[in-house]
Structures are given as C-alpha cells and as structure tokens.
Write a protein that binds this ligand. Sequence first.
Ligand SMILES: NC(=O)c1ccc[n+]([C@@H]2O[C@H](COP(=O)([O-])OP(=O)(O)OC[C@H]3O[C@@H](n4cnc5c(N)ncnc54)[C@H](O)[C@@H]3O)[C@@H](O)[C@H]2O)c1
Length: 390
Amino acid sequence: MQIMHRLTECTAKTCESLSHDIVTLIHSQKKVITSCPLPDDNGPVFQITLLPALSRHPLGSFESHRGGLWESVRHSSSSPKVALLGASGGIGQPLGLLLKQDKLIANLALYDVVNTPGVAADLSHIDTNAKVSAYTGSGELHAAVEGADVVVIPAGVPRKPGMTRDDLFNTNAGIVRDLVAAIAKASPKALIAIITNPVNSTVPIAYEVLKKAGVYDKRRVFGVTTLDVVRAQAFVAELKGLDASKTTVPVIGGHAGITIIPLLSQVKPATKFTDDEIKKLTPRIQDAGTEVVNAKAGAGSATLSMALAGARFTNALLRGLKGENNVQCSYVASDAVKGVEYFSTPVELGPNGVEKILGVGKVSAYEQQLIDAAVSELNKNVQKGVAFVK
Ligand SMILES: NC(=O)c1ccc[n+]([C@@H]2O[C@H](COP(=O)([O-])OP(=O)(O)OC[C@H]3O[C@@H](n4cnc5c(N)ncnc54)[C@H](O)[C@@H]3O)[C@@H](O)[C@H]2O)c1
C-alpha cells in the first residue's frame, strides 16, 4: 500500500535535514520498505510504502517529528479502488459499465443488497483492466468499501411522477446513514460521492455520521450535482448551436427545484441570452429531472445521463487524487454563501478531495435573487438531515 505524506510547517532548510532524518528514522524502525522525497510546492512529499501490517495505521509514529507536521495527503495511489454502493440499480449498472472503462480504476467493488454477482460477472467479461468484485448484503459491506479511495453511492429509491426529491427522505436517509457508518469504519480516508436523493439532505447526513465516528473531514464528502451541469450544457448548446463538448455552464446551489441555479452569465464560450431565454432556460434546467421522471411514467428517474455524470465526477475525483487538480461543481460543506453551511459551487479537486472552494463568482442580479431564494430552502433540507442523525 502506498501512502503519500506531506511534511508541512517547516522551513526549506529544516525540511532538507528532516528529509534525511526521516528516511533514516523510517528505515531504522523498519516500518517502511521504500521512501523518497518528491517535489511539491507545499513542502516535500514522501512517497512511503508501508509494510502490510502497518497499512491500517498509515501515520504510525511519524505524525510529528522535530517540528515538522505530517499531513496524510492520500493513500493507495498506485492501484485506486472505487466502491459502488447500489451497483445493481438503474444508475448503478450503467455507472458500473462506465467505471469499468475508466483507466484510472484498478479495482471496482460492486455492492448492493441484491443481484451483485450477476452484474459483476457481466462486467468482468469486458476487456479492460479494472478488476471487478461483488459484495451482497450488509454482511459484505465492510469488505466492499475497505481500502477504497472513492466510494460512490447511488443506493436508494428514485422518484415516481408527482414526487419531490424530499419525498424520498424517509427511505433514503437511513440507507445513506448506514452506508456511511460502514465507510467511517472501513475506509475513513475515502472520498465519498453521494448521488442518492435528496442530495441536499443526504450530504449533511453523511457529514454528521462521520463526525459521530470521529473521522470527519469536510474535504471528503461530495454531493454529485454533475447531472445539473451536464443538462445545462446540453440545453445551452442546443439552444445556441454550440459544440456541447466545449460548452461549460456552472450550476450552483443544491440539487432540487429552486435550489438548482444555472449561472448563464458565466457560460463559456461567452454567450448572450435574452431575458426571455433566461427565464425559460432556468426553470427547464431546474425541472429537468422531473421531465425525465414524467417521461418514464413510473419506471424511475434519470439513470443513463446520471451514470454518465457520476462517471465523469468519479474520474475527476481520481484525477485530483493523482495530483491532477481540476475544477468541478459539487455540493459540499462550504462558506461560499452566507447563512448556509452546504452549497454547490465550482471547487478545486486535488489529493485531499476539496482543495479550494472557488465561490459563486460574479453573478447577475437575476442569479443573485435565485441564490437568495435558495438559501432558506437549503437550510431546511440541511437541518432535516442533521436532525435525522442527532
Ligand atoms: N444526484 C442526482 O443527480 C441523481 C439523479 C438521478 C437519480 N438520483 C438518485 O439516485 C438514487 C438511485 O436511483 P436509481 O434510479 O438507480 O434507483 P434504483 O431503484 O433503480 O436502484 C437503487 C439500487 O439501490 C439498491 N439499494 C437499496 N437499498 C440499498 C442498501 N441499503 N445498500 C445498497 N444498495 C441498496 C437497490 O437494490 C437498487 O439496486 C435515487 O435516490 C435517485 O433519486 C440522483
């Protein structure tokens, strides 16, 4: 198992002598088999391969050493493992198919309460390198998520016509709580990407569970709002005759109704919209999920476009873990907007998960009104999630 540790809070000179000391110390204690300083802007990073017996306690006795502080930067970079919880579902199956094709994934663990062996057998016949394994039922959950770098959660029930995402709370809140409790034990450093609705509440639920377990790290939990971005980009490209693959539209706020806020003033390439276009396009993006729910007429909600969005976001997390920092919109614990503790904005993803919250940027007066209206709705959703765990 490879662990990346960064030595912080020391001067360049101290770092230089420390690197020598640390390598000697580590070897003398026979706690690692290799180590080497790597260049990094924020202080030397040591790539350390721990003996298997120590892999569960990655920092060992090196948490602090002569004034330098160790920060665990990431783990298991050499063979990334992704666990997909809810793998047999409408989203889970096509998402598994896309993840099986992601070259950054070495191990793909499929977990569900039903049908996982069949899905895994099917996917394992695809000639890509990711190794597929199947886990079924709560007795196998620990093994499914153990050692995962990223856990993606689409487990839970979807909407039927006439339902809001909040109507799913009673069923899905408990599912997310229990899954995250297992992650807290088996892979507390994993990045957790939550697809299960209502995302506005399930993300705070996950945070509260991690807090209770004493492994809270606000940089590691993500509400997947990528589908809102994907939809906004598709609709804008269609309306304006743009190349969809080169069109970017930030979507901020949350992931339900009026909390979904497309920033049409920030579309790239720079695009002008009439007031009429903005007033039609904004609600279409906000209600796009309902458009799919109604068209499927009782057979569920978006699965194929969601799988694409989930695979794209998972790949972005994995690139970040590798040190390829990149920017995505995601619903996370955030101070970007006053008066609310969770908000989706563009965030910089990197080796620790969220490296930087980039904020809402310059918005139009109309968009500011949408932000103001979303805050109280989001607060209600957040409080409901927090209260559920407490
Ligand atoms: N974030 C988004 O943009 C977005 C978009 C679409 C759907 N969703 C949400 O994703 C969720 C899944 O949707 P779907 O269409 O795949 O539903 P689905 O019913 O087709 O699949 C859900 C899967 O979860 C499994 N499951 C249920 N309880 C479980 C548990 N305790 N542990 C593990 N697996 C469990 C089920 O067996 C099933 O295979 C829903 O909550 C839906 O609202 C989110």
